[in-house]
Design a protein around this ligand. Structure first.
Ligand code: MD3
Ligand code: FE
Length: 215
């Protein structure tokens, strides 16, 4: 881990975040208008909702999905579902430009065979957070996860392979894309409570897309 990274302005990030995690700083910036239009259309079919955890808590992050499968949680557990439990219908398809962006980012990070079939869309309002967790509901852990950050900046919490490992804080900004694979794929991670602010395109919110191979 290069500690200089945290004193270096994001525009100068040129190194991997850590083994297996490649930051493609501002990779999505030219595409943010079409991403936001796509998310708006998806949310019209499959609204953002705050899901229940198996333990009975309501998540502070609101979520929706596009793709053949979408990630859900309720009292019965965490899983992928081919239908939206709110409507009983299939999730909206992944827009072609979303998919191209995710595949190009994966290719740039050394994953030429990435075929995302699920895209979880997280919406953070001020104070929303995501507790430290691993993403392990996907059957093929050799496939990476590609994330795209939009809107207000977030503090990404980057731990290790044990929940008790030291956590580093990394800023994720509007337009940043990160490809998480290999040694980074099962690392514990989370998002600190979203700080108040106003983003010119998104107001008081952050959106995060995560492209996954879930089937
Ligand atoms: C590292 N989302 O949806 S994206 C999630 O910003 C999630 O909404 C956060 O963690 C967010 O599961 C972080 C970055 C991310 C996503 C998946 C990962 C980092 C990851 C999977 C493995 C390792
Ligand atoms: Fe995650």
């Amino acid at each position: 881990m290069n500690l200089n990274l945290f004193n270096t302005p994001p525009e100068q990030w040129t190194e991997p975040l850590s083994p297996g995690a490649q930051v493609l700083r501002q990779y999505a910036t030219a595409h943010t208008d079409s991403l936001l239009a796509g998310i708006h259309a998806i949310a019209a079919q499959a609204p953002f909702r705050q899901m229940q955890t198996p333990g009975g808590y309501t998540m502070s992050v609101a979520m929706t999905n596009c793709g053949t499968a979408g990630w859900i949680t309720d009292r019965k557990g965490y899983r992928y579902s081919t239908t939206d439990p709110l409507s009983g219908q299939a999730w909206p398809a992944i827009p072609a430009d979303f998919r191209s962006l995710a595949q190009a980012a994966a290719l740039a990070a050394g994953f030429p065979a990435f075929q995302p079939d699920a895209c979880l869309i997280n919406r953070y309002q001020v104070g929303a957070k995501m507790a430290l967790h691993q993403d392990r509901d996907e059957p093929d852990l050799t496939a990476p996860i590609v994330s795209v950050s939009l809107g207000l900046p977030a503090t990404f919490l980057w731990g290790g392979l044990q929940r008790s490992d030291k956590v580093l804080k990394v800023p994720l900004l509007h337009g940043d894309v990160v490809v998480w694979g290999r040694e980074a794929r099962l690392v514990f991670h989370g998002i600190a409570p979203l700080k108040a602010g106003q983003h010119p395109l998104l107001g008081e919110a952050r959106l995060n897309l995560t492209f996954r191979q879930a089937l």
